[in-house]
Design a protein around this ligand. Structure first.
Ligand code: CP3
Length: 342
């Protein structure tokens, strides 16, 4: 096996650990901004295989990351279900808030996602054999929070109330999302993605029973469907902010890696996940923004506290204000023991 990241996902520790960053393709890169400016809007950008493939590869060329992550978005699946999704500059994603009676009327036009699979195959064709291409989807609960509230929700109170008030309809929504997300992952795997990641970015603040129902059950439905299609590629789960609920997530689901958000103590996490499971994370994105000694110490702390099969990453995504020099410094620190932080 030539991909160090796949080695880690198979349960073998690699030293130094492979590294990639969530949102490594994005607004902190001038070459990204240049291509972004040629797209009509963000969704058009995601559905333009030429452009999406190019920005997927940019961080590999610039930083020599060990993995590329498909350039797309978790909110493309609601489009396949017939919902209107827009990205508004300065606001983020805006959707028409989903009403209870809309759930029975959801569509299933998976063909709209075909350009994404084209992006995957183009990237895989251009990427070095020893680099991993990661495909992804959103966790059903996280995607549902955007669909129900119509935008990113600071407290998730509206989707949480919806889940208590409309039990059958909520379960139906999550089940529809799980099937569509699984089909999305299956096609990405068939097009050449080497590993698959499920972003449950809004897993925080759920009571355990609701976590089992809203997060674990639909995620299991995704994974069962992916495996039933004969896809054996490794899966990374990312239950961000889930606290101790993440332990059931790691133990009960057929995932090969559990990714940790910034708040997770990696030593305790390693002892709690199943033997041989890879862990990923969890550098503080704020330290990456701040640079200097704050960043140097934060990187060293991740290296010192992670053990076993580990993929170095952030606890959440790269932000537009991150300095390119500091990304280089982190990678050099991981690979050579020192970096020029600014
Ligand atoms: O580099 C990568 O990580 C790959 C591409 C990727 C994007 N979004 C591109 C993107 C991935 C894996 C995602 C996942 C995603 N999208 C998540 C889960 C991960 C996380 O960040 O928690 C979520 C919650 C979304 C939904 C979403 N997409 C939001 C809330 C926003 C607006 C926030 C912002 O930074 O503007 C987006 C837009 C988005 N998705 C951008 C990128 C690079 C910025 C758009 C731009 O260029 O203007």
């Amino acid at each position: 096996m030539t991909q160090s990241l796949l080695k880690v996902l198979s349960g073998e520790p690699v030293n130094p650990p492979p590294v990639w960053f969530m949102r490594q393709a994005g607004r902190h890169l001038p070459e990204y901004m240049k291509i972004r400016a040629t797209a009509r809007d963000f969704i058009d950008f995601c559905f333009s295989p030429n452009k999406a493939a190019e920005v997927t590869l940019q961080p590999i060329r610039r930083y020599d990351m060990d993995a590329a992550i498909l350039f797309a978005d978790i909110l493309l699946v609601p489009i396949a279900l017939g919902r209107d999704v827009r990205f508004v500059k300065g606001t983020g994603p805006v959707l028409d808030p989903l009403k209870v009676e809309d759930i029975a009327k959801l569509g299933n036009d998976m063909d709209v996602l075909k350009p994404v699979y084209e992006t995957v195959s183009r990237v895989r064709a251009e990427l070095d054999d020893h680099k991993t291409l990661i495909g992804f989807c959103g966790g059903p609960w996280t995607v549902a929070t955007y669909m129900i509230e119509g935008r990113g929700s600071p407290t998730k109170e509206i989707p949480k109330r919806f889940a208590y008030d409309h039990i059958q309809e909520m379960d139906e929504l999550l089940s529809r999302l799980a099937d569509a997300s699984a089909d999305y992952l299956i096609e990405q795997a068939k097009a050449g993605a080497d590993a698959l990641k499920i972003f449950e970015s809004w897993a925080e603040g759920l009571p355990p029973q609701q976590f089992d129902r809203l997060v674990i059950a639909p995620t299991r439905q995704i994974i069962d469907r992916v495996r039933a299609a004969g896809i054996t590629k490794p899966i990374i789960g990312f239950p961000r902010g889930a606290g101790l609920n993440a332990l059931r997530y790691a133990r009960e689901l057929d995932i090969q890696c559990c990714a940790a958000g910034t708040d997770v103590p990696l030593k305790a996490f390693r002892q709690s996940v199943p033997d041989g499971m890879a862990i990923q994370g969890n550098l503080d994105p704020l330290a990456l923004r701040m640079g200097g000694d704050v960043l140097r110490h934060a990187v060293q702390n991740v290296l010192d506290t992670a053990s076993g099969p580990h993929i170095f990453n952030l606890g959440h995504g790269v932000t537009p204000d991150v300095k390119i020099e500091n990304v280089h410094a982190v990678i050099s620190h991981i690979r050579t023991g020192s970096g020029n932080y600014v």
